[in-house]
Design a protein around this ligand. Structure first.
Ligand code: SF4
Ligand code: SF4
Length: 408
């Protein structure tokens, strides 16, 4: 894949070059997920290579294709990709996160083993990709490792995302021995003050030492997994730290370094948090309003045909952008067959509205629609090269090159 044209590499604006027909986005979504996320493609493909899963993926993809063409929601198969929420509690208070900001309107709780087992009975033979994280810190659910183990016994590819505050020696060994395929660790700053500007209540030193321990233990146990990616959310206060963070990631020996753009919900948040570098912004500002770059109003969303999300209490929502459960379409506790939800009237009505006018759905308006929002490596690496060749003016790297964060 080549991204020589700046228009192509500007965040999610790769979509600018797609035609206004949703199904065209499908292969790019999958390519983006595989190329830029923490995922191990070989293991993902192995998880898929089972007759039921392959047939199901083909059916679900065909339904997406047909629905995009006829603009009516046809549904075949069941979701091949699933996200679950181990908990909507967290030890940190990140200001742009619904949980962290104290704006969670759903009941607060933790996924039970019984609910997860029921889910696996319903979907375990059909899904090949399971993401165990949503609005909270996964390690705060004491059954987290049991979820991973059960899914791995079923041969499903499993990934998670954590703030990295729970890497005790026991937890890192369990993480590796559970068979978890890959994980994201969020670190968005190389000094305590910069890190905690967004990760409010966080302790950078603890996360760094925990990550170091995880990588050392993985080596000691001779394991290739989990594949570990450090994720850096690029914001106004930390955009100059990308080079230093990359060096820190290399020093820690993680497998990937991912730079991700942020989601905001108002102009006020945009002014405060969005980075100055235009290429790192998910949005452009048109007539004083935030508009997600590179998404056509007519573009169809593959997620509504290929994936779904279960909150900790068993409620099903269309996707991870529905943080407060505004569009609940069912609950797995009230069905014996997931098709009752997947083909049910509420999700079908949501799909229909999305096909007719995606702008009429608030969460879809603020969505870049992908399986991830990571910036292509070439984008930020080119930016780094450009910054390095300029005299340090706005980007004073000297302030962030220390690998051991300052004590405050
Ligand atoms: S660490 Fe994650 S879940 Fe916790 S407050 Fe921050 S963004 Fe939200
Ligand atoms: S919010 Fe985004 S991912 Fe969710 S259904 Fe709408 S377009 Fe798809």
């Amino acid at each position: 894949m080549h991204y020589e044209n700046p228009e192509q590499v500007a965040g999610e604006s790769y979509w600018n070059n797609s035609k206004d027909r949703g199904y065209r986005g499908l292969h790019m979504e999958i390519a983006k997920a595989i190329q830029w996320n923490e995922i191990l493609p070989g293991r993902l493909i192995r998880a898929l290579l089972r007759p039921k899963r392959l047939v199901n993926l083909i059916k679900a993809s065909a339904a997406l294709l047909v629905s995009s063409l006829i603009k009516k929601p046809v549904v075949w198969g069941i979701p091949p990709v699933l996200t679950i929420e181990p908990t909507n509690q967290c030890n940190l208070r990140c200001p742009l996160c619904t949980t962290g900001a104290g704006e969670m309107e759903r009941p607060v709780g933790r996924l039970s083993p019984e609910t997860f087992e029921h889910l696996m009975e319903l979907l375990g033979d059909y899904i090949f990709f399971l993401l165990i994280y949503h609005q909270g810190e996964p390690y705060m659910n004491k059954h987290f490792f049991d979820f991973v183990r059960l899914a791995k016994r079923k041969g499903i590819y499993v990934t998670t995302s954590t703030n990295g505050h729970f890497f005790t020696p026991a937890n890192v060994e369990k993480t590796i021995e559970s068979g978890l395929d890959s994980m994201i660790i969020s670190i968005d700053g190389v000094t305590q003050s910069s890190y905690a500007h967004y990760r409010v209540g966080g302790d950078l030193q603890r996360v760094i030492e925990g990550t170091r321990l995880l990588m050392e233990t993985r080596r000691r146990l001779g394991s290739r997994t989990p594949n570990v990616a450090i994720q850096f959310l690029v914001m106004k206060h930390n955009e100059h730290e990308i080079p230093a963070m990359k060096r820190l990631a290399e020093e820690l020996g993680v497998d990937r370094f991912l730079v991700k753009n942020i989601e905001v919900h108002s102009m006020e948040e945009a002014r405060f948090w969005l980075p100055d570098e235009e290429a790192f912004r998910r949005y452009e500002i048109r007539n004083g309003e935030l508009v997600v770059k590179g998404v056509s109003e007519k573009q169809n969303c593959p997620r509504l045909w290929l994936s779904t999300l279960m909150n900790w209490d068993g409620t099903i929502v269309p996707c991870c952008f529905d943080k407060n459960g505004k569009y609940v379409v069912g609950n797995i506790h009230s069905v014996a067959d997931f098709r009752a939800i997947w083909k049910g009237p509420q999700l079908q009505a949501f799909r229909q509205q999305h096909l007719r006018d995606r702008q009429s759905i608030d969460i879809c308006r603020n969505c870049n629609q992908g399986f991830g929002s990571f910036l292509p490596d070439r984008l930020w690496q080119r930016w780094m090269a450009r910054s390095a060749s300029q005299p340090a003016a706005s980007h004073n790297l000297e302030t962030v090159t220390q690998l051991t964060p300052e004590k405050e």
